[in-house]
Design a protein around this ligand. Sequence first.
Ligand code: HEC
Length: 465
Amino acid sequence: MATTIEQPVKTKAEPELLGLLAEFDDPNALIEASKKVRDAGYRNWDTHTPFPLHGIDEAMGIKWTILPWIVACCGLMGGTVAISMQWYMNAYDYPFLISGKPAFSIPACIPIVFELSVLLAAFGAFFGMLGLNQLPKLYNPIFKSDAFRRATNDRFFISMVAKDAKFSEIDTGEFLKSLNPTNVEEFWSDVESPKLPRNLKLGLSIVGVLMIMGPALIAYVRSTKSNKPRIHIIQDMDFQPSLKAQNTTSVFSDGREIRPNIKGTIARGQFKDDNIPLYYGLKYLPEDQNVVPIAVQDEKKKDAKQAVEKQADAAKTPVAKPAATDAAAAEAKRLDSLPWITEFPMPVTEKMMARGKERYRIYCSACHGLGGDGDGLVTLRAMELQQGTWVKPASYHTENVRKLPIGRLYNTITNGVRKMPAYGSQIPPEDRWTIVLYLKALQKSRLIDAKTISEEEKRKLRDTK
Ligand code: HEC
């Protein structure tokens, strides 16, 4: 006769004691009980209350978390990454000189350093908090206790975890009872491990696949080659038959899409020759001179430049200084011989002077300085950098500039002079005249004999900045 000896087999199906739950109906009782649990030396336990309880941290002996350190480290890391990234990009990988500014400078880095430090610190705080609390946790066996539901309403709990080194079923149970709880309960592990509902799993898988599909498609398209143009879903006005400045075309024989001015024509609104003084600063357009209507000026300039180059080629000399100085001398001579006007081509008003002052400060003072001494901020900075390529702007208070007729000053603004760039494209003719007026006023202001000014006038001058 065979006997089977039943072996106590521990199967997974057997539930395990996870811990004990003590219920209190009064927050003060909970705090008192917590102090005792703390003093008894338990470590793996927690309290659950419907609202924050003052003093519970201390009663439980909770120490500072390391979260502040995590946040500080993440913040520091963000700052370091930001600085090194900007150094790498701006000073190492692709240094780019902008107006003589240093390629790498801490003040310029501050916005990004601030942003990245804050961003990473915030990530540290958020994910650190989740990690330290072992969240997200969708399920806890303690939820099976009906009594525990009132933890969000009007009951206070202490949960003791069986994993605690001091935990033993009987002693801990007795100990908890000695704390005068309204009830002590055990909570057990589940017989079957909790599973996600089937539909949820299915839904999550579908969402997951959909989420991967987009990036996967993009990665595929980016890593393969095709003769067909890419699919352009939102066309807006991306494809237009209009011609663009930098493109080529077969429509015109020179292949350029941008069209130069046509010789002998003037664009609408560009006809200036009905008021020569206003638009050119000249009494009349001299026939034999190299003054041409503005519409065809660019063409001429180009022709002249080509002629100079050709000459240089022919003489087999480098296009160096001799030719350039010759051209400069010729230009100076030409400017001297033109019939500049010496009277303003419009009535001079106080309003015009005010406007001139304003325009002057916008367009000229950066180089020429507020008083016209040639000491503008840009100039000062350029001198400080001592790069040697900066031509110092002329002072208006030299005999040479003082005796220039106003028509010629107007021309300087319009077309520039030697190293000074032209401002004709930025400043309308009327405004150019207001600037000339203000410039003349600046010059006059230096020539006044102090004795001729009344006391009152002097005081006014001292008071105004
Ligand atoms: C980018 C700097 C810069 C700005 C802005 C500038 N200038 Fe000049 N200007 C110069 C320089 C440089 C010279 C000397 C050019 C040379 O000698 O090669 C000069 C010379 C002049 C002269 C002397 C002309 C001559 O024939 O000797 C006048 C007048 C003048 N500028 C007026 C103006 C006025 C008016 C404005 C504002 C509309 C202006 N400048 C804006 C740089 C500037």
